[in-house]
Design a protein around this ligand. Sequence first.
Ligand code: LLP
Length: 417
Amino acid sequence: MTIRPDALQPELLQAALQAAQNVGTPCWLYEAEPIRQRVAQLRAFDCVRYAQKANSNTHILRLLRSQGVMVDAVSLGEIERALHAGYQPGTPDHEIVFTADIIDEATLHRVVELGIPVNCGSPDMLRQVGEAQRGHPVWLRINPGFGHGHSRKTNTGGPSSKHGIWYDELEDCLRLIDELGLSLVGLHMHIGSGVDYQHLHQVCDSMLDCVRRANRPLAAISAGGGLSVPYRAGEPEIDIDQYHAAWDRARVEAERITGSKIRLELEPGRFLVANAGVLVAEVRAVKKVANNHFVIVDAGFNDLARPAMYGSHHDICFVTRDGSPVSGYVGPTAVAGPLCESGDVFTQADGGYVEFRDLALPKVGDLAILRDTGAYGAAMSSNYNSRPLAPEVLLDGGELKVIRKRQTIADLLGLEA
Ligand code: LLP
């Protein structure tokens, strides 16, 4: 089975129809098997640490844990999710790591209490961890001075990025670590989401430069996340062997420099889950605007924010309620949501320009399936326009399971009681 077949597979289509029937629309539908296959593709890495920000549903976390995947958390909420899913804190192989640029008091208390290593993205954060607990395990997240992303907003390196410790500050941070008696586990670099092979060797060289300057034994280095996935038919898969080979060479060299055994960690989010999810919505209006058509569905950017936020592309298929692809008139069509915002359009390019795709026009009541939304889909949803969070459904071994119920309007109002 290919992880991202060009056409929607019959099993997924049937599951989408069933999910829409069972929990209503909009809803998120994930498939377990492609997630397992993605994990298997990364077996060469010593440790795969899932960046759960991509999709932090505890059932997805449990599935990944059963495949031997460790986890990264970026907030207290994500730590609690990892614990809820069965991840064990404070173990020698560090099942949970906390990565951020700041740490608040409540989170500081929790990581110290549980012995969760902290991947520090600022000298202040390092100081705060050291003052809270001498000997606490830390990583240094380094900004190597350059970055790369599928959008300016997902580039996490270079002088305009708020992320990580600027590479020049490494010596100061090492001094702080010694003064505060912290225990340095490893060095980490995540330059952004959307891998570019031209940058790969530059990042590996930068990592080695930092390893040399650290001049001390390390237990691990982390290549961060950012592995890209296909979002369009025919788009190539990233070459994992090439990616691993470059980093593994860096790992071996780092072992030679430090004289210590070094574990190579990878921290993917999207790679593990993006292609394994779809958003299912219902067509509620089809209207003509000049020579274009707008198909308006019952999901909006409060559900799927990526097109509005980055101009991200998601393939959209329309199907009838009996599962047949919509056929007939094909014309320039934009697909939009119900929000009171002109930007609530799923077919748009970076900069907010509405894109009209040649799509067969559906009818009211048909379903729209927005593909490759398993990562940064439900995870980035909001309650904008007082719309409740959509439910999540998991397809595993032919069975559909509701893994998150639909939020209700009463839930929203309850917080204001
Ligand atoms: N590690 C760190 C430190 C990160 O900041 C991120 C993503 C990852 C790993 C995982 O990156 P991934 O493998 O998923 O590309 N909302 C955007 C992506 C923002 C990612 C932020 N950090 C999107 O929808 O494309």
